[in-house]
Design a protein around this ligand. Structure first.
Ligand SMILES: Cc1ncc(C[n+]2csc(CCOP(=O)(O)OP(=O)(O)O)c2C)c(N)n1
Ligand SMILES: [Mg+2]
Length: 606
């Protein structure tokens, strides 16, 4: 185990001077705000005033000529922080991490052309997982569009607006400065209403300085309330749960998006239901709770599969879960309960898509679960059947994932992924936000980490992009500076997007990256071996990548862990360290991740 001091980068000679200039400039550009009255101001100032109304304090992006006036204005704002990332994908990932954690809007910006296309993967992640992002891209000056201007976007060239359409809820080119506020409010309404998601505006470079008439307006005044639901359907669901003897709840990532964790815990207490989660829902219900039976799907637990597919549950309530292929074991008909299937989701498109429902409830998860709890409370005096899960003859409780995880692990040759996670669990703070990137390490994370009631687990399994779990934690740490942020990533995720760690170094953002280092694309290596009997050779490194050395060179506080009992001290030191840390955990690459279902899906057989 070795430790290293953070390398202190020499501050840039011109930076202090430019900050002084900025401080002087601030007063001049804050838009005049006179109690809701209409004012004339520059378009960029009206835009920033909107972000302030939404409590957005940080914008992520990479500047370029066609967006320069915007970045210049942001840097002059006293309250707005500009995070310049190393690649625009990092900006989208960080804005996503910021939005997921702060439950406000994430904002990212890039110049036209390649800056915009670099954003797209991150925007796709946010679209898949329902994360509200406002994406800004640059555009040639309005008079030059269509004349072959550098990096111009449009139907006559490379059309950025069209490229963003499939990965956003709204993608528009602003055609005139006075139309800007119309597009902005429409975009914000879509981003933040219903199932949240990203929106995109493409703005000609000359518009930012144009004078427009701006009327300060609370967001509530151009956005409907989402606390609506069908009361009759809620009554039906309440009655079904009241009559249930063996209710089961399948909780998905929508519970986190809708901040319905407390309502879920309340419903479990009222009904005596057992709980399983989807991989993206991991952590929305405390995993040390005796009623938690594990994760369904990729990397999940046998106990969850047996419970969901067994014939015991009489009422199944799925909430914030899209019931996709992996969570449902390939849409198994055995998932259906004997009495009633209740599906709660903000997106009506998902209800009835994979399974016929008995009661489909469209709306905000917290509002609906609370309404069901209120209904159960009101009916408390009336006849109800007691849950009988406690005399379960199948012995599922003994096999529940919460108990499996506490079993003693054998000491094997080399450090196994299970072993260091067991060590880590002992020291992870109760309020940690834990990110996972995509790969075999993700499956180990899903299977072997035990997420407590006050911890959060963040995973982008909708789009499943490598790099999100590496860069997004920086946004999360900015949004929640008082909570420890830990990212568990693979060595290939680190090499794909690891330059973004420089952003944390530059701004002393105390994210702790744990790189599970097996010197290969572990998941693909093991899956290829399973499918074709021969692992893909090209994805194992012939020349080892020096992860810790790179971390040190980037300026991170760096450690190496190679055996049992070694990760605790680095983690505790990292928690005290004012800047970012990298822990290079060198593991035995031959241990396959829990991925059988994945291999079968890829191989096309069951
Ligand atoms: C952007 C992107 N490219 C490719 C993939 C396919 N993919 C999934 S996991 C993986 C390898 C991950 O390797 P590593 O980070 O070392 O994790 P390990 O499996 O070794 O734990 C690849 C290439 C992806 N999900 N995202
Ligand atoms: Mg690897």
């Amino acid at each position: 185990m070795e430790s290293d001091e953070t390398v202190q980068a020499a501050s840039h000679p011109s930076r202090t001077a430019s900050r002084e200039i900025r401080a002087e400039a601030v007063e001049q550009v804050v838009p005049p705000r006179s109690d809701g009255a209409r004012v004339d101001c520059a378009l960029v100032d009206a835009f920033i005033a909107h972000l302030e109304e939404l409590s957005v304090t940080t914008i992520f992006g990479v500047p370029g000529g066609l967006l320069h006036p915007f970045f210049d204005a942001v840097e002059r704002q006293a309250l707005m922080r500009l995070m310049v990332t190393k690649n625009e994908a990092g900006a989208a990932f960080m804005a996503d991490g910021y939005a997921r954690t702060s439950h406000t809007l994430g904002v990212c910006a890039a110049t036209s052309g390649p800056g915009a296309t670099n954003l797209i993967t991150g925007v796709g992640v946010a679209f898949s997982d329902g994360v509200p992002l406002l994406v800004l891209t640059g555009q040639a000056a309005s008079d030059n569009i269509g004349r072959g201007a550098v990096q111009e976007s449009g139907p006559h060239g490379i059309d950025i607006v069209s490229m963003f359409e499939p990965v956003t809820k709204y993608s528009a080119a602003v055609e005139r400065p006075e139309r800007f506020l119309h597009h902005l409010r429409r975009a914000l309404r879509r981003a933040l209403t219903g199932r949240p998601g990203p929106v995109h505006l493409n703005v000609p470079v000359d518009f930012w300085a144009e004078q427009i008439t701006y009327e300060p307006l609370d967001l509530e005044r151009y956005q409907p309330s989402m606390a609506v639901f069908d009361p009759l359907a809620v009554d039906e669901a309440t009655a079904a749960l009241q009559a249930a003897r063996r209710p089961l709840i399948l909780a998905g990532g929508g519970v986190r998006v809708g901040r319905a964790q407390e309502a879920l815990a309340r419903l479990v207490a009222r009904t005596g239901a057992r709980v399983v989660t989807t991989p993206r829902g991991k952590g929305v219900f405390a995993e040390d709770h005796p009623r938690w039976f594990g994760v369904c799907g990729y990397g999940g637990h046998e106990s969850a599969a047996r419970l969901v597919l067994g014939d015991q549950p009489d009422v199944l309530l799925a909430v914030g879960a899209s019931l996709n292929e992996t969570t449902t074991f390939g849409w198994s008909p055995d998932l259906m309960p004997s009495e009633a299937f209740i599906h709660v989701d903000i997106d009506p498109e998902r209800i009835g898509r994979s399974y016929p429902v008995d009661i489909g409830l469209v709306g905000d998860a917290a509002t609906i679960l609370d309404a069901i709890c209120d209904g159960l409370d009101a009916a408390a005096g009336r006849l109800r059947r007691e849950p009988v899960w406690s005399d379960d003859p199948g012995g599922l409780v003994e096999q529940s994932a919460s108990r499996q995880l506490s079993l003693c692990l054998p000491d094997e040759v080399g450090l196994t992924p299970e072993q260091w996670r067991a060590d880590l669990s002992a020291v992870l703070p109760d309020d940690a936000i834990i990110f996972s990137d995509v790969g075999g390490h993700m499956l180990f994370n899903i299977h072997h980490l035990r997420i407590g009631a006050d911890q959060d687990f963040v995973l982008n399994l909708g789009f499943g992009s490598m790099g999100h779990g590496t860069a997004a934690p920086i946004g999360a740490a900015l949004a929640e500076p008082d909570r420890p942020v830990v990212a568990i990533i693979g060595d290939a995720c680190f090499t794909m997007n690891g330059m973004e760690l420089l952003v944390a170094v530059e701004h002393d953002i105390p994210v702790i990256w744990i790189v599970e280092n097996n010197q290969m694309h572990g998941i693909s290596w093991h899956v290829s071996k399973m499918i074709s009997g021969r692992p893909l050779e090209a994805i194992a490194n012939d020349k080892p990548v020096a992860v810790a050395d790179i971390g040190r060179a980037l300026g991170l506080n760096t450690y190496v862990v190679e055996g049992r009992g070694q990760i605790q001290r680095p983690l505790l030191e990292a928690l005290e360290h004012p800047g970012p840390t990298l822990i290079d955990v060198r593991v035995d690459p031959t241990v396959p991740p829990p991925m059988e279902g994945r291999a079968k899906a890829i191989g096309g057989f069951r």
